[in-house]
Structures are given as C-alpha cells and as structure tokens.
Design a protein. Sequence first.
Lengths: 215, 215
Amino acid sequence: MTNDDSIVFIVDDDIRIREALGELLASYGIATHAFASAGEYVEADKPKRPACLLLDVELPDINGLDLQNQIADGDHPPIVFITGHGDIPSTVRAIKHGAVDFLTKPFSDAALMQAIRTALAQDRKARAERADLGVLRQRYLDLTPREREVLPLVTSGLLNKQAAAELGISEVTLQIHRRNVMQKMAAVSLADLVRIAEKLEIPVTHSRRTGEDEK
Amino acid sequence: MTNDDSIVFIVDDDIRIREALGELLASYGIATHAFASAGEYVEADKPKRPACLLLDVELPDINGLDLQNQIADGDHPPIVFITGHGDIPSTVRAIKHGAVDFLTKPFSDAALMQAIRTALAQDRKARAERADLGVLRQRYLDLTPREREVLPLVTSGLLNKQAAAELGISEVTLQIHRRNVMQKMAAVSLADLVRIAEKLEIPVTHSRRTGEDEK
DNA sequence: CGGCATCTCATGGAAATCCATGATAGGCAA
DNA sequence: TTGCCTATCATGGATTTCCATGAGATGCCG
C-alpha cells in the first residue's frame, strides 16, 4: 500500500528539510522528487502516477497557499502543507481549498506519514475517476455535431418523433443518429446513456418536468 | 439577503459573549437563539428554517469539536467556530469536518458576518436539496415491495421481458408494476426515472456493461 | 477528381412498449 | 363479511422502437 508506483513531491527552500524528508520517505519505500521553489515545481514535468505534494508555506518565489490556488483548476495532486510558522487563517484557507493536512514544525513522522498515505489514496481515487471520465469525454468528442445535438434530446426522455421534430428532420434520420450515439458512447441501453450523460453533465433539455429539477 | 427567515444559534458558556453576539447580529437584522452549553443546544427543538451555528470550542460540558462530530450525521446547520485559544490541529479537524470558518478572538465584525452569510447561504442550499430529495424519498416509500424490486431492474436498462424473467413473473405483470412505479415516482419518462434513481442512489443491478462501471 | 465523412430519407418487418379492459386471489382492516 | 390494497395474468390494438438495406446530397481533403 505504501510503496507502489506512487511518488511524493517535496517543495521546500531549505535543502536540509528536503533531504530529511527524502530520506524519511525513502525509509518507508516511497519515491520522492524535491524542488527548491514553486517555480521549479510548476515547470517540471510530473510523471503520471499517484502522487502528493508536500508543500512548504514559506517559499522564496510565491506563497505556498497562492501556489495552491494557482494549480487549483488543473489535475494537481493532493497537498500536505508544512510550515514553521502556521496561523489559523492560513490553515482554514488551505483546508477549505482541499489540502489534506496542515502540519506545523515540529511534527511527528507518524503524523506526516498518515497525511501522506491519505493524500496518496485520495489521488489514486481521483485519478481513477478522472480516467473514467476521460474515456467518456473522448467518446463524446468522437460524436459528430449532429449527434451531439441528438444526445441531450434523447437523454431528456423525448420520443424519437419529438426529438426529430425538434431538429426539423425525419424520425428515421434521428433514429440513425440515435443509434450512432449509443454505439459511439458504448451505451448498452437508454438508461445507460442517461447515466453517461449525467456524468458528462449534459443538461436536460426540452423536458417538461412538473416537479423538482436537476442538481 | 441577510434578514430573511434565517436564525443564528449561538453556543457559548460566557454570557457576555452571547449577549454581545446577539446584539451585533440584531443590529444586522438577524435573529439569534443562544445556549450556554452543548447539551442545551442539542436538547432544544430548532425551528426548521435556514440557520447556522456559532459554536465556541471550549464548552462546559463537551468540546465543540466533539459536538460537531456528534451531530455530523443529521441535518445540522453549518458551523462557524469561535475560540479564544485556537490551535492548528483543531482548525484542520473542524474545517475538514465541514465547518465554514474557524475564528479566533479577537475577530472583526466583518469576518464574523462574512462567515455567517456564507454559512446561511450554504444552509439554504442544503435545505433546498434535502427538501427535493425528501420528496423523492417519500415517493419511494409509497412504492409497494414489489415495485421497489422492479425499479432497479428497469433503471438498469433491462427490457421488460428480461426484468420479468428476473422476478419470475409474466411480462404483463411487470409492465403494470413498471407503470405504477413511473406514476408514483412522478417520472415523465424512463430517462427521468433513471435520474431519479440516481439521486436516490439506487444501485444498478443486472446490467452487463462491458466497459466501465458506476461510481 | 475520387474518396470519405456527414446528414439526409424511404421501405418494411421484427420486436418491444404503452394502454385499457377484465379477471383471479391473498391479506388485512373496518 | 365487505372493501381495499397488492400481486398476478390474459387479450388485443395502437404506438414506438430496433434494425437492415438502399440511396441521394453536401462538403472537405489529398
């Protein structure tokens, strides 16, 4: 569980810390890759495997919390903050933005390892989910423009004839598009296609639900 | 936005704090209800309206953080912690468990008000979602046992005849159950029913997906 | 220009769904 | 006992879906 294909990135300007952390993690059989600044970390090309980021709050170039915000949109690994002078507002901000933990020196090896294990497990899960979603997204991109128009109509629950009327084409043509969509999206049933559309966050159109609505 | 039907619960053993907070919030047009201990708060019957909980960490009976855990399962309002002696591990724990903010005395009125506004907005949203889900759950409870068996089979994408075979009944009977389910769940289409089942977290059964799977 | 992808439509038959009407039977409560 | 809910099944017809085969029109790329 600890020493699989995962890696821990370390960003700290103090070389002694980097070395100490590297050695500690090595003793647990965990690979590491250290950087002396946020810039170096951002520039480096990270291997695509389960990872986490041990991040010092006080860095020479930019603040660790700002780095967290900066990479917040992309697929960044879970962050475990480390700091010598932590304060509560920073902690709140870090955790609210998804950090796994916020450790203040001195901290125990056990606390660090626990945080790292949690972070790696979290990343593994997130990666698996992203991979699944990536497959679906790719399939969606393989659809033709027309097919992308047909999909939401079908998953909204419209009858073929209704969807056809919506697009101003014959029912036969719509059926062909519909079948192509099912095949390309690898859906084995309409129910399946609906769930796929949900995951892709394809909005429900043209459905006169009387009661409640979608999330 | 501030003074609608919302209410702020205050739990603090210091009467001066309770009064000060009550007056401050009153000046913003926000109703409050104060308690001197966690026990009093838990026992009290809370009005069903958008709320948030201003919670002191140090309480006479139990720790504020423990109270947070204790009420974590139910529909409790978002928590804003207040403390005189905050530490970082407590902050991490509080925020990770969903607290909106963790304020250390002395804090500004602006910071407090911002946290309260966020918490109230969050509770309004959560309440709306719970209400929607509650309607669906109630409808689900109105189903007969047999109908509850039929639902997952249908939303799994099985054909009527397949689902009927699964239950060892005739296709006709299954169609009747199916129609009853659609009506009782107020679903206007199969696609609709699938989405409702997703919200109710009804698992997909008996579907031989070849590719990927559900979450 | 010759493919290739896309979008379009028709016909026709097999399969499945939708719907209504009618009926039997067990369990449970007024 | 009577009435209601639940579960079961049948028949039959209208509607819809599913699928295959064939084919015409456009537009783009090499």
